[in-house]
Ligand binder design. Sequence first.
Ligand code: COA
Length: 163
Amino acid sequence: MEASDVESLWRWNRDPEVVRWLNHEPPQSLASAERRFAERPRNSFESSLLMIERRSDARLIGVTALRDASPIDGRAELDVYLGEKDCWGQGYGSDAVRALCRWGFDRLRLHSIALWVVVDNERAVHAYEKVGFRRDGRHRECFRGDGRWHDMYLMSVLEGELR
Ligand SMILES: CC(C)(COP(=O)(O)OP(=O)(O)OC[C@H]1O[C@@H](n2cnc3c(N)ncnc32)[C@H](O)[C@@H]1OP(=O)(O)O)[C@@H](O)C(=O)NCCC(=O)NCCS
């Protein structure tokens, strides 16, 4: 992620449709988003934030992160979203997740990668299952969205299960 990418991230985070199923914070000014980016630590084994760029036209379409990676436990957690809504449902999200997991397994030598997803976010659940994620468990009523409580799945993919 480059400093010049902050504006895209800031714009996406203000779009209610994009953040509908995400844990989001109150709206920030662009200046505060830029300050926060300048202060964040560089990418490391433990935590990496990466932009998703469409190869055909170099357009930034989303963001993904691998965080809380532990060399002892061999596990990490993944986050992803596409901020450009016209790019949903075309395979970009699952492709980005696959690439990040491959990097995690091959280069960081992780054994498992987990994520949390709201049960009602069917497109996301489907995208993760396409890549090889399985549903490990269901946390009841732990996400508030659209004025009501939703369950979340904990999903994970193990080294060797990636498709
Ligand atoms: C979730 C997200 C990353 C998935 O990326 P994507 O590029 O849209 O997903 P993909 O195209 O790779 O895969 C989606 C799959 O779900 C299917 N799908 C689409 N809408 C669906 C729906 N309402 N119900 C079930 N499946 C659906 C698609 O057909 C596709 O499957 P297929 O390839 O077998 O046809 C992206 O949609 C996104 O960022 N959404 C908004 C934010 C968000 O929800 N982030 C995830 C938080 S955990």
